[in-house]
Design a protein around this ligand. Structure first.
Ligand SMILES: *Cc1c(COP(=O)(O)O)cnc(C)c1O
Length: 351
């Protein structure tokens, strides 16, 4: 039996409130003792569908199903696709998800298990998105649900801040997140503006080959990431951040930081060992700047400081993937890590 939500009687907010869950905010003993501050983890890996994506995607799906004559939701990408498939099931609406050709079988099965139709098309997420949009053009009453570039996505993502505020009962000294297309960053900044946390710095972590925010901030305009080798942090691998994330980064204190793939893989392993949870390298990148204590170069931390790390989670990780990626970057290359326009740091390959 399908337990769907009766869409004819509810408003989108009420519909949406039945999709994401309220995730825990955990104190991390390990990261607190490494950094000498109080580090809290907002565990979106424990969110429905194992990532924060259901917040934005779920909100937009609720609105589209309620307000438009929508018979099919169309999405692309791994975590956004899984979230959309789940939302569609709950909203009693068909879902079609496009994923790129390098997508692991277990992900395709996971999307199908939510009842969605899956097409494996395109060599990367950009190509895949073109197929999805073309499909929407060809199918009346179908709606494309973008994963990061839409006001409804940002609105849904902003609910993370409301939760942190009531859980922490205090204003944090900084929030650490990762950035892909910037939909999460937009949500966090909008959430901070809503609760009057305009001065809470957001440390925005990317990996090399995915550092679109950092390049844009440094060039003072939205700048494409040059094509390089395929990054391991695939959920961050977006050619260009959304314009809104650039605009909001100029209104709010945002410090972009870029780390290596090797650091994100190492952080994945350390996080699993210390916290008994498996997250994508894309998500572990945020934790990495605490493990490696790069955070000390950015913020003056005191024993009373409170730092919140958004653990974005993600499905694109398994023990096998973690093992093989370790071999892919066994000898980390030196890289310049640059934070904003002020701090330049050279890591010498030892991580
Ligand atoms: C989508 C995603 C991100 C990046 O979010 P953006 O809104 O694209 O910046 C980070 N981590 C995980 C696990 C994701 O699924």
């Amino acid at each position: 039996m399908v337990t769907g939500i009766n869409t004819s009687t509810c408003n989108p907010r009420a519909l949406f409130s039945e999709l994401p869950i309220y995730t825990p905010l955990h104190y991390s003993n390990t990261l607190s003792s490494i950094t000498g501050a109080n580090v809290y983890l907002k565990l979106e890996n424990l969110q429905i569908c194992n990532s924060f994506k259901i917040r934005g995607v779920g909100y937009m799906c609720s609105k589209v199903v309620h307000e438009k004559n929508c018979q099919m939701l169309v999405s692309c990408g791994i975590n956004a696709g899984i979230a959309c498939a789940y939302a569609g099931k709950k909203l009693n609406t068909f879902v079609t998800v496009f994923v790129p050709i390098n997508t692991p079988d277990f992900i395709i099965e996971k999307i199908q298990n939510e009842g969605a139709n899956v097409y494996v098309k395109g060599k990367d997420i950009e190509e895949c998105e073109c197929y999805a949009k073309y499909f929407v053009e060809q199918n009346q009453y179908s709606y494309y649900i973008p994963s990061y570039n839409h006001p409804d996505i940002w609105e849904g993502n902003s609910t993370i801040i409301d939760e942190i505020k009531s859980q922490l009962g205090d204003t944090p000294d900084a929030i650490i997140t990762v950035v892909g297309g910037g939909g999460l960053l937009c949500g966090l900044i909008q959430g901070c503006q809503k609760v009057r946390w305009e001065n809470v710095p957001i440390i925005a972590v990317e990996t090399h080959n995915t550092n679109g925010l950092q390049l844009s901030v440094n060039n003072k305009k939205v700048t494409d990431v040059p094509k390089g080798s395929e990054p391991l942090a695939r959920s961050l691998n977006i050619k260009r951040i959304c314009h809104q994330s650039f605009t909001l980064s100029n209104q709010h204190p945002v410090v972009p930081v870029t780390i290596t793939d090797a650091m994100s893989i190492k952080a994945c392993r350390q996080f699993a060992d210390d916290h008994k949870m498996l997250i994508e390298p894309s998500s572990a990148a945020a934790v990495s700047i605490c493990y490696s204590n790069i955070i000390q170069e950015i913020l003056e931390l005191e024993p009373t400081s409170k730092i919140v790390i958004i653990i974005t989670g993600g499905n694109d990780i398994s023990l096998d993937q973690l093992e093989s990626s370790r071999h892919k970057c066994s000898s980390p290359v030196p890289i310049i890590v640059k934070s904003g326009n002020e701090i330049f740091m050279k890591l010498n390959g030892t991580i």
